[in-house]
Ligand binder design. Structure first.
Ligand code: HEC
Length: 268
């Protein structure tokens, strides 16, 4: 009995030390609890080592006991694991559906709608262009039209711009920036700044630099997070150049001055 208490004490001390250490490294609480649980599990194993030996069994009885043992073990493991959200396939399916859903919907509804939207965007581009030409004065407008190419290329690049912005928004979802950043009132668990007004401070190139090298800028008031490198330095490996540019361009449209996006300070 004394031995059991001694081992339990050692287990508690080791568990406590692990919790202290994991907390110091800012592990999530669930991991702190897991480390503690492992320490206790270890203590139990050492206690069992002291237990008196079982009387040997043989024949059918031993087979039944073994099977029952495995059934109990499997049931505990499977039912335990299924209580964790990350092992729930529905959870993963939900995430995938959130990203791919709109795309599937678009293809299912056929190309017609997409074409109409594209035509509309083109129309708007043309109008904007016409207004710009007007602003430049009749003479200039005449010259531009005579030059020909000037009219066609910005309009077609306008349709491409729409796709490009869509790609940017997709990257925001795909790279899970929303895990740390709130945007349009969504996401962010208080770990990083809200980004709704980022374009008032940073150019598209600056945003791109921040994504590729998070140490390049520091959000004012986030000194601790910056020093600890909270924003992952992995996007340069995960993302293609065009993805980064699209994401930065998309973020470059957010100029909502009513949101308190902290001022970025240039570091490199
Ligand atoms: C794990 C959390 C985390 C993730 C994921 C993350 N960031 Fe950040 N980000 C931060 C933190 C914390 C800061 C503030 C400290 C700093 O500037 O480094 C920050 C700062 C920023 C800033 C500067 C904001 C300002 O006001 O100065 C931008 C822009 C930014 N992140 C963009 C992104 C983009 C785009 C992604 C996705 C590709 C992303 N972040 C993913 C944590 C994260």
């Amino acid at each position: 009995m004394g031995n059991v208490i001694k081992k339990l004490m050692i287990g508690l001390v080791v568990g406590g030390a692990l919790v202290g250490a994991t907390r110091a490294f800012e592990f999530p609480v669930i991991f702190q609890m897991m480390f503690f649980a492992y320490a206790m599990l270890g203590a139990v194993v050492f206690m069992i080592l002291d237990a008196p030996a079982l009387t040997p069994m043989s024949g059918l009885k031993s087979v039944i006991v073994l099977v029952v043992f495995y059934v109990v073990l499997c049931t505990v493991y499977i039912s335990g694991a299924s209580m964790w959200p990350q092992y729930d396939p529905e959870d993963e399916k939900g995430k995938i559906a959130k990203i791919l859903g709109p795309k599937y919907a678009a293809t299912q509804q056929g190309k017609a709608e997409e074409l109409i939207a594209r035509a509309k965007a083109l129309d708007e581009q043309t109008k904007a262009l016409a207004a710009r030409l007007k602003a430049l004065g009749g003479d200039q407008a005449g010259k531009d039209q005579a030059a020909g190419g000037a009219g066609a290329s910005p309009a077609s690049s306008g349709a491409a711009t729409g796709d490009f912005m869509k790609l940017g928004e997709e990257q925001w979802q795909l790279q899970e920036c929303y895990n740390c950043h709130k945007l349009k009132g969504e996401g962010g668990k208080k770990r990083g700044p809200e980004l709704d007004n980022i374009a008032s401070y940073l150019s598209v190139d600056d945003i791109k630099q921040k994504i590729l090298d998070p140490k390049s800028f520091m959000a004012e008031g986030f000194e601790k997070e910056y020093e600890k490198g909270k924003m992952p330095d992995k996007y340069k490996d995960l993302m293609e150049e065009k993805d980064v540019v699209a994401l930065a361009s998309w973020l470059g449209t957010f100029k909502n001055t009513s949101v308190n996006t902290p001022k970025p300070i240039k570091k490199k």
